[in-house]
Design a protein. Structure first.
Length: 170
């Protein structure tokens, strides 16, 4: 019985890793329509602002200030704006390269998974400017008949102050 559970865990780990790698590629290629299909209709997409304290309490992130706190509608609105050609920061399209690492299933309940990962995103624009975003993500994924879906993502950026306006998805 232990062998079955271990094999199931290995399969889930591989499935989730491949899902996150595919998601990263869709975002790097600005294929936002395909990326949005990976999101649950009830998604919470949050990046709390970091506070330097002796005892950080991540349980309070939902009531603090955020770089952004979005749902599916606001994400789709942002996709429309980024794809419209009216976003000067996204025209022409920047070059994005991201790395997803340290993927770990931290909890599992049936077809729901809590997953922790690290990311680094380097974004280069036509004018020679380059920005580096890095941090940790806490995702809640759900296995559905159509594959895995993200129904919650909390992004903990490594820097408390953004280097510029945030137009990309993390």
């Amino acid at each position: 019985m232990l062998l079955d559970r271990t094999m199931d865990d290995l399969i889930a780990n591989h499935e989730i890793s491949q899902f996150l790698y595919r998601e990263a590629r869709l975002l790097d290629e600005a294929d936002y329509g395909a990326w949005a299909e990976l999101l649950d209709d009830d998604i919470e997409y949050i990046a709390p602002q970091a506070e330097f304290t002796d005892r950080p309490n991540n349980a309070l992130d939902h009531i603090g200030s955020h770089h952004f706190q979005e749902n599916k509608d606001s994400i789709l609105n942002r996709i429309d704006w980024l794809s419209s050609g009216f976003s000067s920061s996204e025209t022409p399209q920047p070059i994005r390269n991201r790395i997803i690492a340290n993927i770990m299933i931290t909890s599992r309940e049936g077809d729901d998974f809590e997953v922790s990962s690290q990311f680094q995103l380097i974004q280069s624009r036509w004018d020679g400017t380059q920005v580096d975003f890095s941090g940790r993500r806490e995702d809640k994924l759900r296995r559905t008949g159509d594959g895995l879906r993200i129904f919650r993502r909390v992004i903990y950026l490594s820097t408390p102050v953004l280097p510029r306006a945030l137009t990309t998805f993390l």
